[in-house]
Write a new protein. Sequence first.
Length: 240
Amino acid sequence: MLKINKLSCGYGSLTVVHELDLNVSEGSIHALVGANGAGKSTTLMTIAGHVQVKSGSIMIGSEQLDQVPTKERVRRGVALVPEGRRLFSDLTVRDNLEVGGYSLPKENISRNLERVLTMFPRLGERIKQESGLLSGGEQQMLAIGRALMAEPKLLLLDELSLGLMPRMVEDCYIALQQLQSEGMTILLVEQNTQQALSAADDVTVLESGTVAWQGTAEKARQDSSIIEAYIGLRREPKTD
Ligand SMILES: Nc1ncnc2c1ncn2[C@@H]1O[C@H](COP(=O)(O)OP(=O)(O)OP(=O)(O)O)[C@@H](O)[C@H]1O
Ligand SMILES: [Mg+2]
């Protein structure tokens, strides 16, 4: 489904991600974890078309994506739920959702809206409310809902559970499982490694923009030293 081959990307002259190889098979959840600054958000934003590819390739199925404009990537089925959610805070819940489906015909928008509100009934209860007044958990649901409005095949989720109460985290993960059961492919970035591992099929650990470990989530769950070794190492204060 998503095939990233030797991808290097970054900002201006700064290369943040170096020769990244990453495959996400159709209908799977792939967790991308790593310490602050490892390049997780940069990777997602590059797939979505917001950050410059320096070399390597990004394929969705048989289509090469790295030279395709951002808007066209949305049409081809790539949707990003960005870190910090980036909602239009003075627009209502409904307007935010409709923005997500802007490129689709009207009948698709109303069908997708219904689907999102079935998945997240709380959004239905607050449909006329300005999104800036929603709780953190509701805002995250809205950000996911907005991405779903575009009918994605590949959902890129950045920091799904950051700042949310456990109950909200649970609700978001239930939604993810439902999406996966409907055939969605998901690339998930999480600070909450345990949570990510419990939902994911596969995992990539990024360290300073390169792959430190890659394998099945089952293997990582069975041997927690794998993840602790990489993430733990990078959280130790520097001595020099
Ligand atoms: N717009 C930007 N311009 C220049 N450098 C940037 C920009 N955004 C991020 N960086 C740098 O790229 C590196 C990777 O950042 P990125 O946000 O991808 O990390 P991350 O793994 O998502 O971290 P976090 O867990 O804190 O969200 C960092 O060193 C960061 O300072
Ligand atoms: Mg990030």
